[in-house]
Design a protein around this ligand. Structure first.
Ligand SMILES: Cc1ncc(COP(=O)(O)O)c(CN[C@@H](CCCC(=O)O)C(=O)O)c1O
Length: 399
């Protein structure tokens, strides 16, 4: 009996997002989930968003419910352009801004734009698994850039590695999954090397505004433009407002934006007009400057609860990162412990996290895992980490 349908080879090869699959399990209320990078709901500006949607629908409803330009709602694009200028990127025109349906869509559009089967794409080891999932649809040849506790090592961008690379995918602030932040020196070395080698830099920075320790550093966009590098910067409203809005943006040279617009036309015509107008209505008068300090304080406290609990309950053979911002702590266990096996035992005790292997484009390090600390209340963080610490110690005993 022939199968009633034939998937494309591309579709046959795609795999699920480990985060999405684990999130299905973590919907059970008894589960203490350190898995998804889900922003703390208490930080969602419900009242302000409600008022903004009311104003948009009340005052401009017919425009808000109509098709709109693929490039995005012009006032929002202008807001993004001026925000980039405010952050030191120099002159940014609205023709260099494309509004997208979350930075996850930006990753897909960039994959379509830059990747042919077998193209070389430079990624960190480890890197955001959602980007690897998007890019993999276009069948790249991943070239991994070495990292250390300071993140991406620019000296690792050897001639061999950068040759024919279509772009490098970099996360300079509070990297997903490690939580690491690239130093100013490494940022400068990275963009300088990419300018010389003619390798475009894709800077993915959804967490940059969620800094709660250390000093803010210039973006790769700002430094790259000074160095003469081609930089494509991805931003998102998911972490500064709410992820359910599915709203982000791409800032890039106009010729790249023009091509991305053509690809987006074929993808979804445009991002929700209503959402763009309501978000613009919310942020246009400086709302984020008032809103973000409270969100940062929530994240700082949550991060502190988890680091304290790990210090108290994790065996000394485990090591972990200490982020200056963002949502994630990266744990390295003794070599013999497989985080996938550990996850099965953890879920049996109602604790979830994301094993590290899916974050590697090359040889996975199975003794790693990612913990997100932003969504779980303090007491449950301490309870869940204590359980995890016991399970890790038991792994010692049984191996
Ligand atoms: C580096 C990086 N780039 C893009 C995204 C996607 O963010 P958007 O909401 O699409 O703007 C994310 C969001 N990643 C979260 C959320 C994924 C949530 C999910 O799959 O349900 C995570 O790693 O858990 C990210 O960390």
């Amino acid at each position: 009996m022939p199968t009633p349908y034939t998937f494309s080879q591309r579709a046959e090869k795609i795999t699920s997002s480990t985060i999405r699959e684990i999130l299905k399990v973590t919907e059970r209320p008894e589960i203490i989930s350190f898995a998804g990078g889900l922003p703390a709901p208490v930080g969602f500006p419900l009242r302000d968003m409600n008022a903004a949607f009311d104003r948009v629908l009340g005052q401009n409803g017919r425009t808000a419910l109509q098709y709109g330009p693929t490039e995005g709602y012009t006032p929002l694009r202008e807001w993004v352009a001026s925000d980039m200028q405010r952050r030191g990127a120099g002159q940014v025109g609205t023709e260099e801004v494309l509004i997208v349906s979350g930075s996850q869509q930006a990753l897909d559009l960039l994959g379509k734009l830059f990747i042919d089967p077998g193209s070389n794409v430079l990624v960190e080891a480890p890197s955001y698994l959602g980007a690897l999932q998007s890019f993999s649809l276009y069948e790249p040849n991943y070239v991994t850039v070495p990292t250390d506790e300071g993140g991406l090592i620019p000296a690792g961008l050897t001639d061999e590695r950068v040759r024919d690379a279509r772009f490098i995918y970099a996360l300079p602030n509070f990297q997903n999954p490690t939580g690491r932040t690239l130093t100013l020196e490494r940022r400068q070395a990275l963009v300088q090397r990419c300018a010389e080698a003619g390798v475009p830099v894709v800077e993915d920075d959804p967490y940059g505004d969620l800094r709660y320790a250390g000093e803010a550093l210039p973006s790769l966009l700002a430094l790259g433009r000074q160095a003469g590098a081609t930089v494509v910067r991805l931003g998102s409203f998911s972490k500064v407002l709410a992820p359910g809005l599915r709203l982000g943006y791409i800032v890039a040279p106009a010729p790249i934006i023009s091509k991305l617009v053509q690809i987006k036309q074929a993808t979804d015509l445009h991002t929700s007009t209503l959402t763009q107008m309501a978000v613009y209505e919310t942020i246009k008068d400086g709302f984020l400057d008032e809103h973000l300090p409270a969100v940062r304080e929530i994240y700082r406290k949550q991060c502190g609860y988890m680091l304290e609990a790990m210090q108290a309950h994790f065996p000394s053979t485990a090591s972990w990162t200490q982020p200056e911002g963002g949502m994630f702590i990266w744990v390295t266990l003794p070599q013999h412990i497989d985080a996938h096996e550990l996850l099965a035992r953890a879920v049996a005790q109602n604790v979830a996290f994301v094993p590290g292997a899916p974050f590697f484009a090359d040889e996975a390090r199975h003794n790693t895992l990612r913990l997100s600390f932003v969504t779980v209340p303090e007491a449950r963080i301490r309870e869940g980490i204590a359980i995890l610490g016991r399970l890790i110690a038991e792994s010692h005993a049984t191996t």
